[in-house]
Design a protein around this ligand. Structure first.
Ligand code: SF4
Length: 332
């Protein structure tokens, strides 16, 4: 039965919800391997080029209150995170993006907390698009207005990311008590309406079911400019309300990566090296991912800690893993 579903998937025929739920329920190593291989074959049929995305964290000052329960990024949330407040100056942003350009990483993600109505995002896009050849992904969550989104479109910002994390509203409201799912969906709609590529991902392991994940993945298809789906596994940060919540098992993350590849054969699937773990980059590529985020070169001038984990992927290590798998890192 699994073989038949995977054969249908490899021929890029649409699967039914029941077939997807059968794939979600796979847990025998042999069948998992077949699932991952199917996803890899689909990705490789379209492209063997792997995108690399570096990062600039603009600010960890965030007005969302109460804080998202998993957040180790915002001021005072975790001693393993940034902890102390920062707002990067123009010069710091400029130096960081120039170092990314010098390292020939083609793309930068500029992200930060809420409370600026998108001004922090627009400002970063002005620097990146004005002074570098880099592609930019902007991620300030739901902290965007129609005006700031239109300005990002004028600046030719390549991608705007607004992760829904989970479309199970009960789980969303529990882990993100200071935000609403509706606000995030509205931002995704505005990004799509402005004609900017949308990135919108899942944070796995918050308490959502496989049915929720399937519904979420189907829901994303409503956004006409959807071009990227980040798959992140929950990883607890010390000192946060979720510090004792179990991390999302790696197999679960990989399974979802493969299922996304089957559902969206050509989409950019992003795994942030912090939440998959720098050593697990190989597994995620072998499950069908096509973009590695939070890749940092040796010349990078700033300290880096993510929302979900304080680690990152070193450029040369990441590149050697990509090449060892017969894939090609995309350089600037
Ligand atoms: S996860 Fe993002 S939106 Fe939530 S509290 Fe942290 S910085 Fe703010």
């Amino acid at each position: 039965m699994i073989e038949n579903i995977l054969k249908k998937a490899e021929n890029e025929k649409k699967l039914t919800d029941d077939e997807f739920l059968t794939l979600f329920s796979i847990d025998e190593p042999e069948n998992l391997k077949k699932l991952y291989q199917t996803a890899v074959n689909i990705r490789n049929n379209h492209s063997k080029i792997i995108k690399l995305t570096s990062t600039v964290h603009i600010t960890n000052k965030c007005q969302v209150q109460p804080r998202c329960k998993y957040c180790g990024f915002a001021v005072n949330t975790s001693r393993d995170g940034y902890y102390n407040a920062f707002y990067k100056s123009d010069e710091e942003i400029y130096k960081a993006v120039k170092s990314i350009e010098e390292a020939r990483i083609p793309r930068v993600s500029c992200s930060g907390g809420h409370g600026y109505k998108g001004k922090q995002a627009v400002h970063a896009a002005e620097i990146v698009k004005g002074d570098t050849e880099l592609e930019i992904l902007v991620n300030v969550g739901a902290d965007l207005t129609e005006k700031s989104i239109n300005r990002l479109a004028e600046l030719n910002a390549d991608t705007v990311c607004c992760n829904l994390e989970t479309t199970n509203e009960e789980v969303f409201n529990y882990v993100k008590p200071g935000e609403t799912l509706e606000d995030r969906v509205n931002v995704c709609e505005m990004v799509s309406d402005a004609g900017i590529e949308l990135s919108s991902g899942l944070l796995l392991g918050l308490g959502e079911s496989n049915e929720d994940r399937l519904e979420h993945l189907r829901f994303l298809n409503n956004f006409k400019t959807l071009g990227e789906i980040p798959i992140m596994g929950f990883n607890p940060y010390n000192d946060t309300p979720m510090e004792n919540h179990p991390p999302c098992p790696l197999d679960d993350q990989l399974k979802v990566v493969s299922i996304v590849r089957i559902m969206y054969p050509e989409i950019r699937i992003t795994v942030p090296t912090p939440t998959i773990g720098p050593k697990n980059v190989e597994y995620s590529l072998n499950a069908g991912a096509s973009n590695l985020a939070t890749v940092i070169a040796d010349n990078y001038p700033l300290e880096v800690k993510g929302v979900g984990s304080p680690t990152y992927g070193n450029l040369s290590e990441v590149v050697s893993v990509i090449e060892s798998l017969g894939l090609y890192p995309q350089y600037l």
